[in-house]
Design a protein around this ligand. Sequence first.
Ligand SMILES: [Zn+2]
Length: 377
Amino acid sequence: MIYKNPHLDKMNNVFNEISLEDEISIADSSNSSRFWNFFQDITIGFNTNEIDFSKPNSVKHFGEIGWVEHRLFLDTEINAFAFTEEHLNYIGLNVGTIFLIRDSFFSLFATPDFLPNVGDKSKESNTIENFKNNYFENLTAANYNQFIPKCITRKRCADYLTDIAIKFIYFHELSHIKYCHTSYQQQNFRLKRVYEFAHITKNVDQHFDDRSMEIEADSGGMVFTLIYLDYLKTDGILNEFKEYHPYVLWIHTIETLFKLLTPHGHYKDYDSDSHPNNFIRTLNIFEHSIKEGIAMKLIESEEQAVELFETTKNLNEIFRSIGFIPQISDSFEANKELLRQYRLRINELKDNEFKEIYEERDEYLKNEIEEARQNAE
Ligand SMILES: [Zn+2]
């Protein structure tokens, strides 16, 4: 009893239009054959392109979000977008985002300093300084694979952390769709593709709302990465790296990801910022992850979570040593207060501006499921 996305041709046309407009190809097996398997592996489960009526979860998931298609764009710049048009959901990821993250984890694990108790660090001779230079070179020259861990266990760990980081980005985008941000943006600002890193001029309140939505999208991305981490743990995949608690590996992934996105980002929000600063974003993610982690039995208690955080201090030292630190910072209290306001604002939006959008989507999806049920094979 499977029903395939009947709008696939239409969605392909939309993606092709974007590709022509931006003059950037969509990755496929013909133009990316060298990396195709890697792309396929890392994006398993990213689309919602069928409803399987034999699986209650498949129907439930579809009922929350609808049809989703993603494409990889052959662009080296770090970026991603999500948008919704006529209830169909589109996500685009630049391959540069995927490569930069993988290459950075490779070059970090190729040093003996990053997560030193994974595998055999004595085999590694890269330096943190090289990691830094390689990172900046990659931003413009995309000169990947200069530093690959020699210890196979460390290389594998780099692959898993990359997986978690890419999933965080995808599910952050998916959360913009799930929580109706994309529909709201399109209705109010006629924004078609909402790129994560693009400057759009809005008024101060609208930028504030955008930052609140980013907080919600981060929380959504966080939940999914913990579910994935739990799967890796339950399946025994993380046994190979058992010197570290799974939650510690996850903290390293999130911290590193945000450093890679903006190594010198200020810990202060400005009126026209599209995203909250990294301090607020990671504080939100980590605070929520404790509750979520306890519910999933990944961690036992808040005390244990705090203890595990203490063990990750070495990571801050690594980034500090190469100047990946904020140039300007607001106080901890000011940032915490701002986070509280973003969270309040998102709840307000949900109760008001988003309400009609949610209701309209629910109605559409109910009809779509009904039609699917009648036509499923
Ligand atoms: Zn976002």
